[in-house]
Design a binder for this molecule. Sequence first.
Ligand code: PLP
Length: 376
Amino acid sequence: MDSFNTKAVHGEKLPTSIRSKVTPIYQTSVFSFDSLEELEGYYNGNSPYLYTRAGNPNSDELASVTARLEGAPAGVAASSGLGAIMAAVLAVAKSGDHLVAARDVYGGTFFTLKEELARMGIETTFIDFEDELAIESAIRSNTVILYTESVTNPFLRIENLERLAGIAKKHSLVFIVDNTFATPYFVQPYALGADIIVHSATKYIGGHSDVSAGVLCGKEQYVDAARSRIVNIGLNLSPFESWLACRGAKTIGLRMQRQSENAQKAAEWLKTHSKVKNVFYPASLSDKGNGAIVTIHLAEESDEFAFFRSLGWIQIVPSLAGVETSVSWPFGTSHRSLSQAEKTAVGVSEKTVRISIGIEDAEDIINQLNKALDKA
Ligand SMILES: *Cc1c(COP(=O)(O)O)cnc(C)c1O
């Protein structure tokens, strides 16, 4: 008979006949084997899981749902959006290589490409991607990646992915597209020629502001190489975070539909307010809607501190994509690490407000924004 501590540790094995409706959380760091033959089976490809850093059913589920939604053949999950971006870039680039990236990429991406990759001997040239001639002339013999976002932050410029895919193909570059803002509900870059699609699943794929996660998908050869980086560097996503992101992903269609309807109404209303100088909201992102982010410049004479103080239940959060409407201040958060010159080049000022529209009732969102604008 086992003693106390042994009894505490060795519970009954669950019968394999238990069939839970949703995927359980495989909260385990490692998987067990009944025999050396079975262990050998892992290395022969007969059994999928050995060690969670190398693969876990929950992170695989997140990868496969994202790849399915994106119409891409393969995917892999990563610890965060930046983890996925690093894995995608390092799947292709090595020391001595060069990237051409859009100047207005997400602030964290800009900093990572500029600083962290430079430390690894990978240089990035940032270009205004509206200028295709400038892109072509920035491409060198050691350029290996063309990097952009399908919809940019915070001014929601819609990238012409097909044209860029053509440039990438012409110069044999791997075309990486961050599809976080657009989501696969509105835009599917793979069909437009992207080789790798990266996501911060922290945003719309998770959708509930309760998980930091990343995922990338695309051509199998690149996804396989990215998986190797993730496993070897330790950029894997935990089982629980994967499970949460998968739960969120189930409702992405419903959320995006509702949030973009609300955003459309809010954008139209904001254009009529005297305290709003400019409204940035895409006119034709997709035939399903134009996304859930609306960015504004407050009027020059407005008081942004008063605006941010008067938002009621709209929270100030330096992120986006939850089911609650929230606002962020790019000047002091996502674009904080940019120099003043870089901020000016991108167009971010103290008056810039990015609004992430939620699933509330549109008239209530507009009422809350109206109260804050009246105080601004
Ligand atoms: C948030 C974000 C990232 C970074 O994702 P994390 O999950 O915070 O690492 C990258 N790209 C875009 C467009 C983002 O919005």
